[in-house]
Write a protein that binds this ligand. Structure first.
Ligand code: NAP
Length: 276
């Protein structure tokens, strides 16, 4: 396929490299010039790369932050062509998908997806198609997509060696992501911010390091994603506060039996994750 990727950040560039390795012809746009130049020199973006290649692409992958995806589409509407399929990799869906459904020319198809993979670093230099291996892949269909478009995304997911592919609605996506991805980032940064010791570093073991790894956060991207999904995320924060209050109460009451039951229940839930 001829694929045009908008944005060579960690996700866009990792897609570009991985999809080129699978025989696709890759063209790309990036705001700054260096990633594009290096991608062409490395051979995973075509030598004759040009913004007008978007018009010839079978598939356009929007890989910028949600607001920048919208801005890009608004500024390049004239380049989209009848019959093309557009997708995006954004971390939030409801707001952005509603906008894109309105914006994209009528004969352009659109289906969204979310690669559940990344690193605690970002940008072109962090690219690595191996991050997708066995990762979850969520497909979010739109009012502008057909069943055959899902098949195109399944091909992309298989090329990049993703693991489980699941189809969800946009509202469900944003609720799920508020919990599995956004709340976990909120907790990691809140944990770092609640550190008031001088000697914390000397007193940390694996548990603190594991739980706070993702506090090395891309603040530009995550603040946008948190605010775009404010309602769902605040709901998950409230649920979490309830759990914290519950366990705090049990500890204050020295109710060992309830405490052990609570810990055991959590352990069993976590162990169920490891069963394939
Ligand atoms: N990272 C993850 O863990 C992850 C996982 C799944 C999905 N996603 C989604 O993937 C998308 C891209 O995230 P990423 O992590 O790949 O980002 P990233 O590595 O931080 O790269 C950001 C990209 O956006 C461009 N950009 C930044 N500000 C811009 C502006 N004002 N105008 C135009 N372009 C601008 C950057 O261009 P320059 O090179 O010029 O700075 C770069 O191409 C997001 O929608 C995110 O939700 C991310």
């Amino acid at each position: 396929m001829k694929i045009f990727i908008v944005g060579l950040g960690i996700i866009g560039a990792s897609y570009a490299e991985g999809l080129h390795q699978n025989g696709h012809e890759i063209y790309a746009y990036n705001r700054s010039e260096r990633p594009l130049r290096e991608a062409i020199e490395s051979g995973f973006v075509q030598k004759d790369n040009d913004i007008h290649a978007l018009s010839k692409a079978d598939l356009v992958i929007l890989a910028l932050y949600p607001k920048h995806n919208i801005e890009f589409v608004k500024n390049h509407l004239n380049l989209f062509r009848t019959g093309q399929l557009v997708t995006d990799v954004s971390g939030t869906k409801v707001w952005m998908m509603n906008e894109l459904e309105q914006l994209l020319p009528i004969n352009v198809r659109y289906i969204s997806h979310h690669p559940m993979a990344g690193k605690e670093t970002s940008g072109f230099d962090s690219r690595d198609p191996k991050i997708f291996r066995n990762a979850n892949f969520l497909i979010v269909s739109s009012k502008r997509s057909a069943k055959k478009d899902e098949e195109v995304l399944r091909l992309i997911a298989n090329n990049l060696k993703f693991g489980k592919i699941t189809v969800v609605g946009r509202e469900t996506h944003d609720e799920l992501i508020a919990f599995t991805s956004q709340l976990t980032h909120v907790l990691a940064v809140a944990l770092m911010q609640s550190d008031h010791f001088k000697e914390t570093k000397e007193a940390t073991g694996d548990s603190f390091r594991d739980l706070t790894r993702i506090a090395k956060i891309n603040e530009v991207m995550w603040s946008e994603l948190f605010l775009e999904n404010k309602e769902a995320l605040v709901g998950k924060i409230n649920d979490f506060i309830k759990e914290l209050q519950h366990i705090k109460g049990v500890i204050l009451d020295e109710d060992k039996e309830t405490l052990m039951k609570y810990l055991k229940e959590a352990k069993e839930k976590r162990k169920a994750f490891d069963v394939h």
